[in-house]
Design a protein around this ligand. Structure first.
Ligand SMILES: Nc1ncnc2c1ncn2[C@@H]1O[C@H](COP(=O)(O)OP(=O)(O)O)[C@@H](O)[C@H]1O
Ligand SMILES: CC(=O)N[C@@H](CCC(=O)OP(=O)(O)O)C(=O)O
Length: 258
């Protein structure tokens, strides 16, 4: 079975030009088949604020009304995706920018309203793994933004960590999949202010304990939910850490196991 690395890069790295450049150097040099998934939540919040639109997050997820959907489409599928693709081309990595609507690569449905109405937020139904596999086999590197669609013309905002997880699950029938969540910190920390408090190995039991202690918050909540979900669904390896973990196994980062 061929291997495919699915790398998610977070918004704090993307919005820092130097950090993004260093990350893309590492990503472009990564051996083997690979897919990039990017967020951009922070930039969307900044643009929304300039336009006088307030951003509301619940449990690390954005409440996406119609105006917010317009903003995130411009930021995620437009500026951020195209900039990353162009920068990968400059590094001789033949990137193909995609939202889930492109090639019907990711189908989703609007999240049903329960206690909270998330608006135009999408829950993923499935991945077009045949088409994504064809892209990979042609030598293309898919670059996904955090957007899906419902097949009836509605674009939906979908957490980028979830998109990376769904790609890892969907492709695990065809490839040995490895999922890397890259962000600005060394990994899961016991104290979010202290990079020396890294949790190198996290399993279900230690995760439950950290949750109970209130150590896991904000965007780390959906990230870790996704880690355990993919490990239950045949994905071989999941790591969370600084982009430098792509360069060397000697780097310290968090490895997640069941
Ligand atoms: N225990 C924790 N360890 C590391 N980061 C944490 C932790 N709890 C909360 N966080 C927060 O989660 C953020 C990462 O989630 P998010 O902002 O969604 O990441 P991304 O950069 O991938 O978009 C970190 O910037 C940090 O502020
Ligand atoms: C539904 C939902 O919350 N979507 C996310 C998608 C972007 C994202 O995931 O960006 P980061 O990886 O930079 O956080 C949002 O709009 O913030």
């Amino acid at each position: 079975m061929d291997k495919v690395s699915i790398v998610k890069i977070g918004g704090n790295v993307i919005e820092d030009e130097v950090a993004l450049g260093k990350f893309l150097d590492l990503f472009a040099s990564l051996d083997g088949l690979k897919i990039l998934v990017h967020g951009g939540g922070k930039m969307a919040t900044q643009l929304a604020s300039k336009l006088g639109i307030e951003s509301k997050m619940v449990g690390g997820r954005r409440i996406t009304d119609a105006e917010t959907l317009q903003v995130i489409t411009m930021v995620y599928a437009g500026l951020t995706n195209k900039n990353i693709v162009a920068q990968l081309q400059a590094r001789r990595c033949n990137a193909l920018g995609l939202s889930g609507a492109d090639g019907d690569t990711i189908q989703a449905h609007k999240r049903p309203v329960e206690s909270i109405d998330y608006g135009f937020a999408g829950d993923v139904d499935g991945i077009n793994s045949t088409l994504v596999t064809k892209f990979l086999e042609t030598g293309l590197t898919p670059v996904f933004c955090a957007m899906t669609h419902d097949g009836n013309g509605q674009l939906l905002n979908t957490n980028a960590d979830t998109i990376a997880a769904e790609l890892a699950i969907g492709l695990s029938n065809v490839f040995e999949t490895i999922l890397y969540y890259c962000f600005e910190k060394k990994g899961v920390l016991k104290n979010v202010e202290d990079d020396n408090s890294l949790v190198e190995h996290l399993n279900s039991a230690t995760y439950r304990q950290l949750l109970a202690d209130g150590v896991i918050a904000d965007g780390m909540l959906p990230k870790l939910e996704n880690c355990f979900r993919v490990l239950n669904k045949n994905v071989g390896k999941v790591c969370i850490g600084h982009p430098s973990m792509l360069a060397s196994e000697n780097e310290l980062f968090t490895t997640i196991t069941l």
